[in-house]
Design a protein around this ligand. Sequence first.
Ligand code: ADP
Ligand code: ZN
Ligand code: ZN
Length: 742
Amino acid sequence: MYANVIVDITHEKLDKIFQYRVPSRLEGELSVGMEVMVPFGKGNRQTKGYVVGFSEICDYDLSKVKEVGEISRSSVAIEGKLVALAAWMKEHYGGTMIQALKTVLPIKQKEQAKMKKKVRLLLNEEEGRKKLDFYLNKNQRARARLLAALLDEPVLDYELINKKLNITLSVVRALEEQGILVLESEQVFRNPVKQRTQEVKKIIFTEEQRKAIDIFWEDYRKKHYGTYLVHGVTGSGKTEVYIEMIRRVAECGRQAIVLIPEIALTFQTVMRFYRCFGDRVSIMNSRLSAGERYDQMMRAKNGEVDVMIGPRSALFTPFPNLGLIVIDEEHEGAYKSEQIPRYHARETAQARAEMEGASLVLGSATPSLESMYRAKSGEYRLLELKNRSGQQTLAKVYTVNLCQELKNGNRSILSEKLQKLMEDRLQKKEQIMLFLNRRGYAGFVSCRGCGYVVKCPHCDVSLSFHRGGKMVCHYCGYEERKPVICPECGSKHIGEFRAGTQQIEEIVKQRFPEARVLRMDLDTTKEKNGHEKILAAFANEEADILVGTQMIVKGHDFPNVTLVGVLAADMSLYSDDYRAGERTFQLLTQAEGRAGRGTKEGEAVIQTYSPEHYAITTAAAQDYEAFYREEIRYRELMGYPPVENLLAVLASCKDEAHLEKGCAYLKEYILRICKREEVDVIGPAAPGIGKINDIYRKVLYLKTERYDTLVKIKNRLEQYIELNSGFNTIRIQFDFNPMNVF
Ligand code: ADP
Ligand code: ZN
Ligand code: ZN
């Protein structure tokens, strides 16, 4: 028996696995993830290593193979636990052990210490309030916002102000010149933001909130560590509930990780955690350098912090005694990694929580089908917050049938209703957001006369329009020519559904020449900080209307926005993907939530060619339960996740003919090894992008009830590929329950 060992993993050079003989005294005791001492190098220096696997055969010269020394029992094996998690990830998502290790282990890189800028308030409370009134009266909103934040917290990180409050350097400089604040540099190697802890705002939990906390806590006290799904509308107090749960867990001397999608990691949210946990909380984000990130990880490992907040990768914080993982906005696609290993943070968090004896709390206003399915089956405990804690009411929603508009002679993308409401808001000097929920480039084909959409006869997803007039199913490869007239109503207005933000901007400017319009999409956000600049300008009310893609509906609060228009809800509805309905429901719900965040009431207009579609009717009614019932029926019928599991096998190769042959072999092999099991093999199909950089791509889909069946097949395929030299030039990647089709 031989142990595969990775030596010295805290440095970047972990590119090689070494084999060591397992002495008989350690047989049966040694397992994956264990920290061991092994002789290394010419001098046989005893070096720390991690066991990442075992094999029966040795690939090296047997006479030169050394023996595993001892199992280290000294330190708390934090890395050991993460190595075990990496092994779990490799098994569940494919890829190599090294790729998995690089994902989970903090890796040291030499970095120069960074200078970080801080803004410090120089005025006292009274002077500050006076000045704040002055700015508000003069309608200097950016200045007012900055000062209000500083009155809450007198020292703020410049990054935070710039990125989360959307305040530019020139505003900071202007206030500095007036002697209101100073901008100072500080060398940072500790906490990226060091704050004074403030008195925590005492809140009295509502009945629902208290119940959620009690249920969680009763289990926790009895060491029943489980998974909980907090389903609560925005503003129902989910964050307050998380904070209370974390507070109690921290009191027991254990640590917590809070995952929040980066885009939703707003200044206000971060401050709420600081107010409660002060210096014991740390944030991780993509703007930290590799060195800073490593520092944060080390602080966590050394017990200097109790709470780590961050996006997906914060899940791997090396806490010595992890007690709780919270995943907010758990439905977000950003929790799935698009790099190998293509892990989902939700499932990986569950695995980590189980390994370490911790609980997992998921939260969302629109839970993923996966999580709600598991909650309903009893695997997760459902905690519901049905009411908003404050006075805010939900937006009033109107649905407009675009086919009807066309019949009424309105050929504009702005319906009568939307135009009327826009006029009203412009007059009242309130702001408007127009939202085009379009993703990707492969357009579907639909009829403007009746809303008919061309779908695949085998997969019940829409066909994608390809250049040259072909329509293709990205699941099974089915092809058909684009019809000339609509098979439903005979209209000639059938074609690829396309409308861009730029077009919309022009239409809006023509219709409302007096309005100030901003556009936010991939084009206008290309330059550095383009994204922030546009949001800052809109927050400062330098524009009346913001036109944009889905990047405008997530995570931003603009209190003066009282009207949201979704221009063509169908755009996300008929993407060629079984999650289209779910995504549409989530996007529409989020868009509706943008209207009326302040004290004024909000309205939303949903324009659509399919006003009867359940994703649209239920989103308009803001009825998650009704949406879930319909959507799960469709998933059951078609055998899509979460009811069954899907594995995408993506193959790519320079030589198209060779790739086709390889895929045929793969399919044949799969059919041979899983004859007995109930596995559907679909494809090989051309993915949405059939060629990237002259490398051709094909995809096979495997569908079956049990996830572990797919894991077994993946393992067999990995062996098969390894042993067949024909696959040397074909790259194979696995994606379990993919978020997007390829
Ligand atoms: P969510 O995370 O579900 O969107 P939050 O936790 O952000 O909700 O709560 C929305 C607002 O309501 C916050 O300002 C929060 O402090 C406040 N809030 C929540 N619960 C209570 C409560 N029981 N009493 C007073 N204020 C509350
Ligand atoms: Zn038609
Ligand atoms: Zn199909």
